[in-house]
Design a protein around this ligand. Structure first.
Ligand code: ARG
Length: 425
């Protein structure tokens, strides 16, 4: 079946069986076809192939479906596509090899697909921001302890906590927006490494394929995966941080803490202990985030040791990119469902905020603002806390701190409403 290796000979086809990317290529098959259409259209418009031949190929490209190509026996979807075109349009199908290499075409297809994944992930992030903001309005007055070192720290509100999550996701969208132009550049016309002797107009080719710009240097264009590493690193970094919120929700769902009541559709039970309500979706999310972090690392690790030019190692890197994005998209949607359906027990959280001396810093600051050097006030409060005689402010009052971004319920409501104004209701 294989097309390219025909002239090499050899009996059993270990190249196809061991090195084929055909399964992973399902991810980019549509984009490979789209890129080939742009390539052939450009060959025709530049008069580099006979018009009739070009049109016959374009017709076959209109008809081909991804599943026609994703069959065993080929090195990859590119070989399968060329073989399909030759079978479909006859020997003139072989014109597609002019001015093109799999190296520039695969890079183009990955970039186009990645742009879609970036946009889809940004949409998921925006939906999660909106869900968090909606619940932040609802829980703006809900006082709870914050935790540092997992010890009760200052009192905040659950609305304030949710806005921390929203701000992380908003930063993720900023990161995705800034990664986008690095991805949105066409490597087409860069050939295997040094370009092509076919006089292609690379800017026009980029436009036909739907790119916003061109990767200039042909070696960089065909060899670089920086665009992929950058995107995966940004997403994995956000996931690693998101995981800490997930971990809180898991801990707070334990009756030992009892702040969070997960939505029933996110809870599983035990086959033997009928009292169990396990927050299993978040447990799986937490594990998958660890895997995504490892995938981002694998993407870097596979690349970092190969000389500058395409090697098949790069093929092995790509699947990790898709895994990072899949985990992120699914994970954000799962967490959104959890947030939308969960209940937060403010009474229990308030009891902890008031039962532990969480307002000791507020007490010391009050004395300092009235004229006592802060360290003096601090020691005075420390002594009183130690002796159990401290008169500490009520957490409900203490949260009304005047600084920007504080847990003050009014500030939380205002900030959450600002985020909600950008959401579709
Ligand atoms: N299947 C490869 C990939 O996914 C593209 C083919 C490049 N192959 C080659 N022999 N130069 O990266």
């Amino acid at each position: 079946m294989a097309l390219y290796r025909r002239w090499i000979g050899g009996g059993s086809d270990v190249v196809s069986s061991y090195t084929s990317s055909i399964e992973d290529d399902a991810e980019i098959a549509e984009e490979v076809i789209a890129v080939m259409k742009a390539h052939v259209s450009h060959l025709v418009e530049r008069g580099l192939v006979p018009r009739e031949d070009g049109e016959a190929i374009l017709k076959a490209l209109e008809e081909v479906r991804a599943e026609d190509l994703l069959k065993p026996g080929y090195e990859d979807v590119h070989e399968a596509l060329e073989d399909y075109l030759i079978k479909r349009a006859g020997p003139r199908g072989g014109w597609v090899g002019l001015g093109r290499s799999r190296n520039d075409h695969v890079a183009a297809a990955i970039r186009l697909k990645l742009l879609r994944r970036i946009d889809a992930l940004r949409a998921s992030a925006e939906r999660l921001i909106c869900a968090a903001a909606r619940r932040a309005v609802e829980y703006a007055d809900c006082v709870m302890p914050s935790f540092t070192h997992f010890q009760p720290a200052q009192p905040i509100t659950f609305g304030h906590y949710l806005l921390a999550l929203a701000e992380l996701l908003s930063d993720l969208t900023t990161a995705l927006n800034s990664v986008r132009p690095v991805v949105d550049k066409s490597p087409l016309g860069s050939g295997p490494s040094g370009g092509t002797s076919a006089p292609l107009d690379r800017a026009r080719l980029a436009q036909l394929a739907g790119f916003g710009g061109v990767v200039e240097n042909t070696l960089y264009a065909s060899s670089s995966r920086f665009f992929a590493s950058l995107a995966a690193s940004a997403v994995a970094s956000a996931l690693a941080e998101l995981s800490r919120f997930v971990d809180d929700f898991i801990a707070w769902s334990s009756p030992l803490i009892g702040y969070v009541e997960p939505p029933p559709e996110h809870v599983s039970t035990s086959s033997i202990m009928p009292h169990k309500r396990n927050p299993v979706t978040l447990e799986v999310l937490r594990a998958r985030i660890s895997e995504a972090v490892a995938d981002a690392l694998a993407l870097l690790a596979v690349q970092e040791k190969i000389g500058y030019g395409y090697s098949l190692d790069l093929q092995e890197a790509t699947r990790h990119l898709w895994r990072v994005f899949k985990t992120a998209e699914e994970g954000l949607d799962v967490l959104r469902g959890f947030l939308e359906g969960m209940k937060f027990h403010c009474d229990k959280a308030y009891r902890d905020a008031a039962g532990f001396p969480t307002t000791s810093s507020d007490a010391a600051e009050k004395m300092a603002l009235a004229g006592m050097p802060f360290r003096e006030a601090y020691f005075e409060v420390a002594e009183a806390v130690k002796a159990g005689s401290a008169q500490l402010p009520d957490p409900r009052e203490a949260v009304k701190r005047p600084v920007l971004g504080s847990p003050d319920p009014e500030a939380v409501r205002r900030s959450a409403m600002e985020r909600l104004a950008k959401c579709q209701h």
